[in-house]
Design a protein around this ligand. Structure first.
Ligand code: HQG
Length: 183
């Protein structure tokens, strides 16, 4: 993906997850916005994007952050919102183990109160180690925590799977967390 596309993709994340008001659009209760409305608003705010550009950004996004509805008339972010939306995700049974990438300086607090969602709607968990390492690396030297997700699920915690393969939960209590030694 080109540098320009990364910038455009970041701006799209800002609009579709956090601040739709920056370009004066509104997300519906499930996070969708009409593509035509979005493109017109982008243009009106000096951020012109063609439909072809948008299709490419959605298709090539490294983490599949965005999705069109079935007939391609609406678009939303797959997850990661800070604005109130109901993604209407189905609860699902997670694999036995999931992973969370973080950094050393948060561990004291994490092992005390568990993983908390902070500004996001959910705690984000990765299906594999490699992804968790990448998530942790955004903040420094990565530390990966292994989550006993099977056990947690059997104990009654709800898990959702986002449209782009990120597992979501409300909270991970510390007893389900273990630090994984990275090679
Ligand atoms: C930490 C990106 C102290 C947590 C990524 C993390 C992911 C605690 C930070 C997605 C804590 C929150 C999500 C506690 C959790 N005490 N620190 N009790 N509980 N933390 O960005 O999981 O590019 O909100 O370890 O790739 O890092 O947005 O969550 O370090 O998929 O698509 O608090 O965001 O994807 O940070 O990242 P974040 P995250 P996108």
């Amino acid at each position: 993906m080109s540098r320009h596309d990364v910038d455009k993709s970041r701006f799209l994340s800002l609009v579709l997850r956090h601040k739709p008001e920056t370009i004066g659009v509104q997300l519906d209760e499930n996070g969708w916005v009409e593509v035509d409305v979005l493109l017109a608003a982008l243009e009106a705010h000096g951020k012109t994007l063609s439909r072809t550009d948008l299709d490419r950004l959605v298709k090539e996004n490294d983490k599949q952050r965005f999705a069109f509805n079935s007939d391609g008339t609406r678009i939303r972010a797959n997850q990661g919102h800070s604005v109130e939306v109901d993604l209407a995700l189905e609860a699902e049974t997670p694999p036995e183990r999931l992973y969370h990438g973080t950094v050393e300086r948060f561990l004291g607090s994490i092992f005390c109160e568990g993983l908390i969602k902070g500004d996001r709607h959910h705690v984000h968990l990765s299906p594999n180690l490699e992804t968790a390492v990448r998530v942790g690396q955004r903040r420094g030297n990565p530390v990966v925590l292994e989550i006993a997700s099977g056990e947690m699920h059997r104990a009654g915690h709800t898990f959702w799977l986002s449209g782009n393969g990120v597992w979501l939960v409300d909270h991970v209590p510390p007893q389900y967390l273990g630090r994984l030694e990275l090679p």
